[in-house]
Design a protein around this ligand. Structure first.
Ligand code: LYS
Length: 269
């Protein structure tokens, strides 16, 4: 009996040792042997197709391919997590994430709290309405119910036009919810980034929606990658972004998602 116990203990010990060994080799294998390639935690709000959205539970989109290309150029790996829009700013301010990519417009207000890379995408807000809507310009939104994503430049632009206390402004946690409100008749319009609403209209012809441009009401905006203030990574990513714009990698990613060549003079303007 004693002998059996001893054998059992030895077998268990050998098994534990084996498992530990496997575990160790797996960890070093994760980096493909290149242990200097650090994995950075990237946060996003994956409800903004075609930039960042969920496909079968996976975060995908232009931003994902872009940040992977930039990180690779800078010698890093990234792990992207869908945490939501408001929480991503909390994470970056609290430094629980290394960076955020989420179609985030570079502006002075945000620059007070965060650091941005150089611009990587040109954008502007546009209005999405039903085809038969009487709304033809931003001025026509007066007195109408407008759905926006909370804490976006779209919300800001509408508030600037009609006052922050505008009771007809409906704010949502993400842009998909704002679009749903428009479709269900709870709002007359959605104001959001042009590429997102244009893509939505193109992909959902049965919804009978159209996009209205108003360059007098909405300014040109540029997306940047968001970092905690003072992050040392920012400079490395700036350099990597410029490099992939030079070496054709940026154009490759851009063409995959938008089917056209990027206008780099636009981004650098
Ligand atoms: N680009 C706009 C902004 O930064 C909208 C971003 C929304 C992302 N889910 O406010």
């Amino acid at each position: 009996m004693k002998k059996l116990k001893l054998v059992l203990t030895m077998v268990t010990a050998a098994f534990v040792l084996l498992l530990t060994a496997c575990g160790t080799s797996e960890t070093s294998g994760e980096n493909g042997g290149k242990s200097e390639e650090k994995t950075l935690r990237v946060v996003t709000d994956a409800a903004y197709a075609p930039f960042e959205y969920l496909d079968k539970g996976e975060v995908t989109g232009f931003s994902v391919d872009f940040i992977n290309a930039v990180a690779k150029q800078a010698g890093y790996k990234v792990k992207i997590e869908n945490v939501g829009w408001d929480p991503l700013f909390v994470e970056i301010e609290g430094k629980t994430a290394d960076l955020a990519i989420s179609s985030i417009t570079i502006n002075d207000k945000r620059k007070k709290t965060y650091d941005f890379t150089v611009p990587y995408f040109l954008s502007t807000n546009k209005i999405m309405v039903p085809k038969e809507s009487p709304i033809k310009s931003a001025g026509d939104l007066k007195g109408k119910t407008v759905a926006v994503q909370n804490g976006t430049t779209g919300q800001e632009a509408v508030e600037k036009m009609f006052g922050a206390e505008n009771k007809n402004l409906k704010k949502f946690e993400n842009n998909n919810l704002a679009i749903m409100e428009l479709k269900s008749g709870g709002a007359d319009a959605v104001v959001a980034d042009n590429t997102v609403v244009e893509e939505y209209v193109k992909n959902n012809p049965k919804d009978n929606l159209v996009v209205i441009e108003d360059t007098n009401a909405f300014e040109k905006e540029f997306y940047g990658v968001l970092f905690p203030k003072g992050s040392k990574l920012r400079g490395e990513f700036d350099k990597a972004i410029k490099e992939i714009m030079e070496n054709g990698e940026y154009a490759k990613v851009y063409k995959k998602w938008f089917n056209i060549e990027p206008d780099l003079t636009d981004i650098k303007a």
